[in-house]
Design a protein around this ligand. Structure first.
Ligand SMILES: Cc1cc2nc3c(=O)[nH]c(=O)nc-3n(C[C@H](O)[C@H](O)[C@H](O)COP(=O)(O)O)c2cc1C
Length: 363
């Protein structure tokens, strides 16, 4: 066995291994995956995007035209379930700032026991305001460049006299799903970005851990990120092919048979490119096919090309279809690093591969 990694401290929370599980929508990372990762010594993260969609609360409230109450109630359920799987582990909730109910979801996550709030798809300039009654909750913006880090630090210091507890720095060249969330350039590589951000943080005298996201598959990848100054890594795609991942088994099987050449960039109604696996749906989206359904199902985003200008497709519907097993008519997000295993593993096995030099062999 190799030397054990140092633990990762984020705010008041200590994560045994420096592994944060990436949030994956819709309901790809729910309570089961997040709870299992937390139990295995990483930080488990529930994705809140569209979490109410396939919950018992949606039908009831959809008639009144809102997914938002369903999202809130379903998030509380998922947090409780994750906590029952891992009573003492570190559990986070990921909230996309591009959603219309982001403030409610952040407040709900903080009030119902999330240890971390991770934000993406926008600059979280008001985040401390939403969690002011819950100082124990660590605040972790996801960024993809120095400009975003600088703006967040300056704004928070000026308005709230505090700084973020960690930053997740995305490697736009590898992450699954949307990329270029808050940043100025899509092509700057993580090897340049991490030292740049670290230098800025040193200049302002801030000790904030940086967590690298995108393309992490095994212990070598983790070590490489720690060697260039990251205090931890965020891992998404690798956790899809686990027993505990909340998605349908057909979704996991589709990932198992995928190869790096199957990864494509699709346009999204969010207005950003997204990394996904090639399937009939992705091909239609890339070709802007008139056959793509453009019905907005829940008015979930602040700004949406599907709802506002009848372009692309409904992102909630597309991600949810896929996660529920319709891998032809759904959008299957994936990182660039796929296709390196051919069997479903347990979260504990994946965590062992990420944290020890010697891979755990199949049983
Ligand atoms: C299926 C899927 C869904 C995702 N959904 C979200 C999401 O809801 N919110 C978010 O911030 N990031 C999302 N991401 C990005 C991941 O959280 C993570 O940052 C990224 O996948 C890391 O790269 P990797 O997949 O190469 O490990 C998603 C990624 C995938 C593969």
């Amino acid at each position: 066995m190799g030397q054990s990694h140092p633990s990762l401290k984020i705010g008041q929370h200590s994560i045994r291994y420096p592994i944060v599980q990436g949030a994956m929508a819709v309901r790809v990372s729910g309570a089961k995956l997040a709870g299992a990762v937390a139990k295995a010594g990483g930080a488990g993260v529930i994705s809140s995007l569209g979490i109410g969609l396939n919950s018992p609360y949606f039908d009831l409230h959809a008639r009144r035209g809102s997914l938002f109450l369903a999202n809130q109630l379903a998030l509380i359920d998922e947090l409780r379930q994750a906590r029952s799987i891992s009573p003492d582990g570190i559990i986070g909730v990921n909230v996309l700032l591009a959603t219309r109910d982001h403030a409610t979801l952040i407040q709900t996550a903080a009030a119902y026991g999330a240890n971390l709030i991770i934000t993406a798809a926008g600059l979280p300039l008001k985040l401390p305001e939403y969690t002011v009654d819950h100082p124990q909750v660590a605040l972790v913006p996801m960024v993809c460049g120095l400009d975003a880090v600088r703006t967040i630090c300056q704004t928070w210091q000026q308005n709230y006299q505090r700084l973020p507890d960690a930053f997740i720095v995305e490697n736009s060249q590898a992450v699954g799903g949307h990329f270029g969330t808050t940043c100025e350039t899509f092509d700057s590589c993580i090897e340049t970005m991490l030292p740049q951000i670290q230098q800025y943080l040193d200049q302002i005298g801030a000790k904030i851990p940086l967590i690298a996201a995108g393309g992490i598959w095994d212990r070598d990848d983790v070590d490489r990120m720690l060697a260039i100054g990251a205090s931890g890594v965020q891992v998404g795609t690798r956790f899809i092919t686990t027993e505990e991942c909340d998605a349908d088994r057909r979704y996991k099987a589709f990932h198992l048979q995928a190869k790096p050449e199957d990864v494509v960039i699709v346009p999204s109604p969010v207005g950003k490119p997204a990394r996904a696996l090639r399937n009939p749906f992705a091909e239609q989206a890339i070709a802007a096919s008139p056959d793509l359904e453009q019905r907005c199902i829940a008015n979930c985003l602040e700004s949406c090309l599907c709802r506002d200008s009848r372009q692309n497709y409904c992102i909630l519907q597309a991600l949810s279809n896929a996660a529920q097993g319709d891998v032809d008519r759904g959008l299957v997000f994936s990182g660039a690093n796929v296709g390196r295993i051919n069997r479903i593993m347990s979260v504990a096995e994946v965590m062992a591969e990420l944290t020890y030099l010697q891979a755990v062999t199949a049983h």
